[in-house]
Design a protein around this ligand. Structure first.
Ligand code: FAD
Length: 405
């Protein structure tokens, strides 16, 4: 049995970021993942402009660029009535992002780069280690039970356990914290070739109750994501690929854009997308990234949320490890900081979900954005994670104004 300061469960963006930021501060960290990297991960593969700041801080941005990260200057949004809005990330005005563009890159590449970055530091990275349970003493979590690549059972002890093991988190499940969410949607994702003319922009097709996103993730390769009500997909369980292609044909504007498309690899499906996770009441444990909850990929901020939460977590974890007090109260400031940091964007995301689920409202919103390009700029900045949502709300209210520059 070995002891260290921190065990991080899950080596996706959240887990790697937490591990790197804590090792940098001098703590001993073991990073466990049940998979061997590179491994697939269902995702739209979009990274907001502000994600680049944190990738840079983790020392991974150069490798992402070298691995072919595709710049995205903005988004083209097609409303249900065919109105086309072309939004760009604002490059003038009071708020600037780390870069003027977002990135698109296959997750297999991104996550492998991040794990390699952790491995290049004194992080004890262990792939093919599945965490099965938590070790507890009273109300405190003191380690994990895991199974290694050869199926051997291990007990690993640490002062702090970080659950970064994504949706269906074993850590959150062991603590009884997972909750269903009333939003019941499913995503179907397929890499495709044969599509052209992206001009460094992703494309979103809103056609209630569905929406689809095209994201050019590598030269000649596009991530095509379709999100539908779960109830519509359920009768096609076992035939989801047939459902996927039929549904694409039912969205006329998208269908004409997809002419000549050729699937690459197999389709991936995930649903329900949204779920909630309660904050841990136990000491010695923290949750980060998807292990702490997920809503919907429309605004594409899951990876940014994972990375930014890891930054917030590292601040609180470092102070708690330093003081030697790792009870739930000592770790609570992380939960509060996370809530505060993402509250505005979460509200906006919920409002956008309401709009894009209603044809007339979605059309009216598109017409309003066409009339007010400054508002569109602000919306792009919020989606890019560098303009505070409150600035958009202020500008959108009657009499509200915003002039760039
Ligand atoms: C359909 C869809 C589309 C999306 N599109 C986007 C997008 O375009 N842009 C964006 O920013 N976000 C997007 N997201 C969200 C994004 O994928 C997640 O928010 C992000 O991956 C969260 O990172 P994470 O590190 O928390 O979890 P993950 O990336 O899921 O990593 C968790 C890791 O934990 C490991 N693990 C799991 N269980 C165990 C265990 N018991 N023991 C050990 N290891 C374990 C897994 O192998 C995995 O490597 C999308 C999500 C979905 C579902």
């Amino acid at each position: 049995m070995s002891a260290r300061d921190v065990i991080v469960v899950g080596a996706g963006p959240a887990g790697v970021a937490a591990a790197i930021l804590l090792v940098e501060r001098g703590w001993s960290v073991t990073l466990l993942d049940k998979a061997a990297f590179p491994r697939p991960k269902i995702c739209g593969e979009y990274l907001s402009p502000e994600s680049a700041r944190i990738l840079d801080r983790l020392g991974a941005l150069k490798a992402v660029d070298e691995a072919g990260g595709q710049p995205l200057r903005g988004m083209k949004i097609v409303a249900p009535d065919g109105t086309v809005i072309v939004g760009s990330y604002p490059t003038t005005g009071p708020w600037r992002s780390h870069r003027d563009y977002a990135l698109a890159i296959p997750r297999e590449r991104l996550d492998h780069i991040l794990v390699e970055r952790a491995r290049s530091l004194p992080v004890d990275v262990r792939e093919r280690h599945r965490v099965t349970e938590l070790v507890r003493e009273g109300r405190e979590v003191t380690g994990v039970h895991a199974q290694d690549a050869d199926g051997r059972a291990l007990e690993l002890r640490a002062r702090l356990v970080i659950g970064a093991d994504g949706r269906a988190s074993a850590v959150a499940a062991a603590l009884g914290l997972l909750r269903p969410h009333p939003l019941r949607r499913m995503a179907l994702i397929q890499h495709v070739a044969g599509l052209h003319g992206f001009d460094e922009r992703g494309e979103i097709f809103v056609d209630p109750p569905d929406y689809a996103i095209l994201n050019p993730v590598a030269p000649g390769l596009v991530n095509l994501g379709l999100v539908v009500p779960l109830a519509h997909a359920r009768p096609f369980a076992g035939r989801l690929e047939t459902f996927f292609h039929a549904r694409l044909r039912q969205m006329p504007r998208l269908a004409s854009r997809l002419e000549g498309m050729k699937p690459v690899g197999s389709m991936q499906a995930m649903g329900p997308l949204a779920y909630r996770v309660k904050a841990p009441g136990a000491g010695g444990v923290m949750l980060v990234g998807d292990a702490a909850g997920f809503y919907d990929p429309f605004t594409g901020e899951g990876i940014f949320t994972a990375l930014r939460s890891a930054e917030l977590l590292a601040e609180v974890a470092h102070a708690a490890l330093d003081r030697g007090t790792l009870g739930a109260t000592a770790l609570r400031p992380y939960v509060d900081a996370r809530r505060e940091c993402f509250r505005g964007k979460e509200r906006l995301t919920r409002a956008l979900q309401f709009v894009i689920a209603r044809r007339r409202l979605a059309n009216a919103a598109a017409h309003a954005l066409l009339r007010r390009p400054a508002l569109l700029d602000l919306l792009m900045g919020v989606l890019g994670d560098f303009v505070p949502p409150a600035a958009l709300v202020r500008a959108a209210l009657p009499g509200g104004r915003y002039r760039p520059g």
